[in-house]
Design a protein around this ligand. Structure first.
Ligand SMILES: [Zn+2]
Length: 73
């Protein structure tokens, strides 16, 4: 019975790790997708072009003057 639980945990960890890798890869390739996702969340950029700054630590795009939403830097 124990091996089933361990297998389940291993599968969950593998899926979570896989999602992490996919989101990391898409961050570098398609920053526009992340930009539109951010716009949908907040309304402060309505009608205005906001220059997003690429995080030097993880590569995520964040608004200047705000800490990185991905890694906190
Ligand atoms: Zn970052």
């Amino acid at each position: 019975m124990l091996w089933k639980i361990l297998l389940l945990i291993a599968i969950i960890v593998a899926v979570l790790y896989g999602f992490k890798m996919i989101s990391r890869a898409s961050d570098g390739r398609q920053p526009a997708a992340r930009k539109t996702r951010k716009k949908g969340r907040g309304t402060e950029s309505d009608g205005q072009a906001v220059d997003l700054v690429k995080c030097g630590n993880c590569g995520a795009f964040t608004a200047p003057g705000t800490p990185c939403s991905n890694c906190g830097q």
